[in-house]
Design a protein around this ligand. Structure first.
Ligand code: PNS
Length: 163
């Protein structure tokens, strides 16, 4: 079975994430979306909530499952017998950071390869941090994130969303 692990902070999940996972799921028998803690980033949503939001947004993809994981990504990949770490690549600004992670992960676990799905152009400018900034000031994020995520952000920031 070809299993790809698709890791990320997903704080919050965006339409860009959903697009990458949808397209990845065409090429692998199973895709495990891993909500992984990033010690360098302070998170807004609890991992449990991020998992629930992703499950809702990806419910139409039977090959995809979601779980939270704390620890080194390569340990999860090894534990599950996955051969691929799958990440989205939005633009050239993402490249140095993604290549650094891919190279470190390849050194730690040579049996796994990192593969990239290039974002669809309409999502290449969408990031979780920009979405949070817009939501924090009461802006409409419904074009950038799944419906449940827009609701969760409105709840977090105490702002209203149009019904
Ligand atoms: O959504 P992000 O911020 O691009 O995701 C980064 C993430 C969570 C995939 C990365 O920080 C990660 O793998 N963290 C787990 C700890 C780890 O394995 N670090 C070494 C990777 S170089």
């Amino acid at each position: 079975m070809t299993l790809a692990v698709c890791p990320g902070s997903f704080d919050p999940p965006t339409n860009g994430h959903v697009d990458v996972i949808e397209r990845a799921s065409r090429h692998f028998e199973r895709v495990l979306v891993a909500v992984v803690g990033n010690p360098g980033k302070q998170s807004l949503l609890e991992p449990k909530e991020r998992v629930a939001l992703l499950e809702e947004a990806l419910a139409h993809l039977p090959k995809v499952s979601v779980e939270a994981y704390e620890g080194l990504l390569v340990n999860l990949v090894r534990e599950r017998g996955a051969s691929v770490i799958l990440k989205g690549l939005r633009n050239t600004s993402d490249t140095p950071y993604e290549l650094q992670m891919a190279t470190i992960n390849a050194t730690l676990l040579p049996a796994a390869d990192t593969m990239f799905v290039v974002s669809s152009p309409q999502w290449s400018f969408v990031s979780s941090s920009m979405v949070k900034e817009v939501a924090r000031y009461g802006g409409d994020v419904s074009s950038f994130v799944p419906e449940g995520v827009a609701r969760a952000l409105a709840r977090c920031y105490g702002t209203a969303i149009d019904a």
